[in-house]
Each structure stands twice: as C-alpha cells, then as structure tokens.
Design a binder for this molecule. Structure first.
Ligand SMILES: [Zn+2]
Length: 232
C-alpha cells in the first residue's frame, strides 16, 4: 500500500454545488488486513480547500484495488465529502437497511450531480419505509400472499394510519411525483436545489417515523417510571 502524493483531489463543494479540484493541504491513510478474513482494507481522509470559494473540504475515499493482491496498482474510490454537511446519521435501530442504503446511494448521486438518480433513490427509500411501517397491516389484510405496497398507495396508508401527518404527507407526494418523473425515460432535468430539498424532506420523514417515535417512547417510559416511584 504505497502512498501517493497529489496536490488536488476531486470533491463535491457544498457551496459551489459542483465537483471541484480541491487543493490538498493534508491527508491520512489507514489500512491493513482484516482479522480472520485475510482481506486488505484501506481508507484515506483528505483535507483541502475549494479553489473557487475557498471553503474547507474534508473527503473520504476507500481503497478498492490493492497492488500485489488483486490489482497492479493501488486504486481508490471517488472521494465522498464528510465535512461540511456530513451524511445524515439516524439513531433508530428499526430503520430497514434498504432505507439507509437507498439514502446513502442518493447522497452519493447528489454529490455527483446525478439529480435524477438521486430522486429515484429517494423514492426507493420512501417505498421501503412504507413497506416496513405498514407490514403488519399488509399481512393481516389478506390471507393470500400479500402484494408489495407501492409508493403512492403506501403514502396514503401512512397518512390514514396516522403514521405521518398532513405536512409530511404533502412532502411525500412531492417525493413520489419527482420519483415518477425520474423513473421514466423522458427528457427531463431536476435541479440540484430541488433534489436537495427533497433530500431534506425524505430525511424528515424517516426521522419522524423512526427516530422521533423511538425517542418519544423512551421519554414516556421514563415518565411512567417516575410516576410509579412517586406513588406510595
Ligand atoms: Zn467551492
């Protein structure tokens, strides 16, 4: 795992909303061999500044090729920005992997200015949320093999079951509309501003359905315990 020294690295600048060749001012490489599996791993953190707006940018890349092991050269993934505006982290352990995987993929698409791809992934995340949150009703409602819930029907059911409120329902409908637009092979364009707003909306919905619901349950439990203790 040799160290290469370059003066710039390509990263998405949050302020310029574009890929820029950041001027590298520092880097850290970590790597080694995974215990047991016998596979190498490598990670690189890059520090730099945007040549256009002078913002400080920190990126992360993972090693995807290892010289002398599975490749002639050390190869690295594209750099993902980790500061500022790092990828969203949720606290609930109930969030399905399909939801988080789709959101991560959407974020990578946004950083690459692939806004249509990002919208497809927002829709995928929301659809996975619907299927997860409505799973019990879905199984109860039919004796036959249940059909998977589709996005627009799922959103309506979320509102009917009071899993989301009116405002989140409106945002969900916007997400569904953009997803439908993005999923069909027509000549369209979606602006980065719109895609970034939709990202905020889908994060809010996931946070509301999982993180805040968990948090409130824990809060209620503590309150109940306190109330019990006060009773003689
Ligand atoms: Zn910039």
């Amino acid at each position: 795992m040799s160290q290469t020294s370059t003066e710039t690295f390509v990263i998405d600048c949050h302020r310029c909303k574009a890929k820029v060749a950041a001027i590298e001012t520092g880097r850290t490489n970590r790597g080694g061999w995974e215990d047991g599996a016998g596979e190498p791993w490598g990670e690189r953190i890059l520090l730099g500044t945007c040549p256009r707006c002078n913002s400080v940018l920190v990126g992360q890349a993972t090693q995807i090729g290892f010289a002398g092991h599975d490749s002639d050269t050390d190869d690295w993934s594209d750099v993902t920005r980790v500061f500022p505006k790092p990828p969203k982290v949720f606290s609930s352990y109930r969030i399905p992997k399909t939801v988080t995987d789709s959101l991560n993929e959407a974020d990578r698409s946004l950083q690459a200015n692939a806004n249509i791809a990002a919208c497809v992934m927002f829709g995928r995340a929301l659809e996975a949320l619907c299927r997860d949150a409505l799973f019990e009703e879905e199984v109860d409602s039919t004796a036959k093999k249940p059909r998977p819930i589709m996005l627009s029907a799922g959103i309506k059911m979320l509102k009917e079951k009071k899993i989301i409120d009116e405002r989140l329902y409106d945002w969900s409908q916007q997400l569904a509309a953009f997803r439908n637009l993005a999923a069909h092979p027509e000549d369209i364009s979606i602006s980065r501003n719109d895609a970034e707003d939709l990202q905020i909306f889908v994060y809010a919905i996931v946070e509301y359905v999982y993180d805040l619901a968990d948090r409130y349950e824990e809060f209620k439990e503590r309150a109940e315990k306190r109330a019990k203790r006060r009773k003689p």
